[in-house]
Design a protein around this ligand. Structure first.
Ligand code: DAH
Length: 340
């Protein structure tokens, strides 16, 4: 009987070694250890043994059962592990790799600042007007009281396409185009953001840059209106503590004309390198629309007055963010642009 038990064990182990699937291993378990299994069958025959032999054979039978059980568990675990590894190896997709991070786009600082300027003036009742970048000499100069031989043209040298067609040097021609379209209706309250071009190129000048023009025409518009509007603009753009000052200046299309400074955004007016120790920073040009400009655009200068202003978006952006070289705004270096 002992021989029989040992033969069963040997056969069971051999079959296990050849098993290729979990199903086969399970069949072996049923065949040897199940209720109707071989081992159980042998143990049933123990009744025929003598009382002296029974404990010894019983012990061997237990050992055989334990051994088969242990080996079956081992083989099952090893096979499960192998199946898993084969499955992973067959995967073309490695789910343990870190994911791909996509770069989210963002607005260019010039776009952010242009939109902020638009928001402020929309809040003050202005609407947005546009004009062409390829402009007629007439709108860019002539109708702004800058006749052909006017010396102020020198400051705005530009790219000429023909004698009469050029790339606009400022957004001021949109004043004229707007007034021509609306005259004699009142009021006119527009801002005109857009690209302008000049023969300039250094750390603070680019051959292409951006301006926002402003124009208000109505009965009894005064310089006080201009001051009020620009003070509100300065506070909303640079903070409520910002002060403004008007300096007399000259533009052919306004009379009187002024340049507007804000208290330095870096030092608050005490004096520092940014403001060349003056406490002030120039941000725009402005004035009361010249009667001749009103007349050329279709308005009666005896009945209406107006104010106008023009600011450089690059300059405002550089002051707002503390950028010291204008060219950074046009290089499209992600390391720069990602800071905004
Ligand atoms: N067009 C002027 C320039 O580009 C800026 C300017 C000054 C615009 C005074 C105006 C103004 O509307 O009233 O230098």
């Amino acid at each position: 009987m002992e021989q029989k038990l040992l033969r069963i064990q040997a056969r069971a182990l051999e079959e296990m070694a050849g098993a290729k699937s979990l199903e086969e291993l399970n069949e072996i378990r049923v065949r040897y250890l199940g209720k109707k299994g071989e081992l159980t069958g042998v143990l049933r025959g123990m009744g025929a043994l003598s009382p002296e032999e029974r404990p010894r054979i019983g012990q061997i039978a237990n050992q055989v059962r334990d051994k088969i059980e242990e080996k079956l568990n081992d083989s099952t675990a090893r096979l499960k592990d192998r199946i898993k590894r084969e499955k992973l190896a067959a995967e073309s997709l490695d789910i343990t790799l870190p994911g791909t991070v996509f770069n989210l786009g963002r607005l260019h600082p010039l776009t952010v600042v242009t939109r902020r300027i638009e928001d402020i003036f929309l809040g003050l009742g202005f609407s947005i007007a546009e004009g062409p970048e390829v402009e007629l000499d007439y709108y860019n100069f002539e109708a702004l009281n800058l006749p052909k031989d006017h010396p102020a043209r020198d400051m705005q040298d530009t790219f000429f396409i023909t004698q009469e067609v050029l790339l606009r040097t400022h957004t001021s021609p949109v004043q004229v185009r707007t007034m021509e379209r609306t005259a004699p209706a009142l009021p006119v309250k527009i801002i005109a953001p857009g690209k302008v071009y000049r023969r300039d190129d250094d750390a603070t000048h680019s051959p292409m840059f951006h301006q926002v023009e402003g124009l208000a025409v109505d009965r009894r518009i005064t310089m006080a209106d201009l001051r009020g509007v620009l003070q509100v603009f300065a506070e909303q753009m640079f903070g409520p503590e910002t002060r403004t000052r008007f300096r007399p200046s000259y533009f052919p299309f306004t009379e009187p004309s002024a340049e507007v400074d804000i208290s330095c955004v870096m030092c608050g007016g005490r004096g520092c390198r940014t403001c060349s120790h003056t406490g002030w920073l120039e941000i725009l040009g402005c004035g009361m629309v010249h009667p001749r400009v009103l007349e050329m655009s279709g308005y009666n200068s005896g009945e209406v007055t107006g104010f106008a202003f023009g600011m450089g978006v690059e300059r405002i952006t550089m002051l707002k963010y503390g950028i010291d070289d204008l060219r950074l705004l046009f290089e499209n270096d992600m390391r720069f642009l990602q800071q905004f």
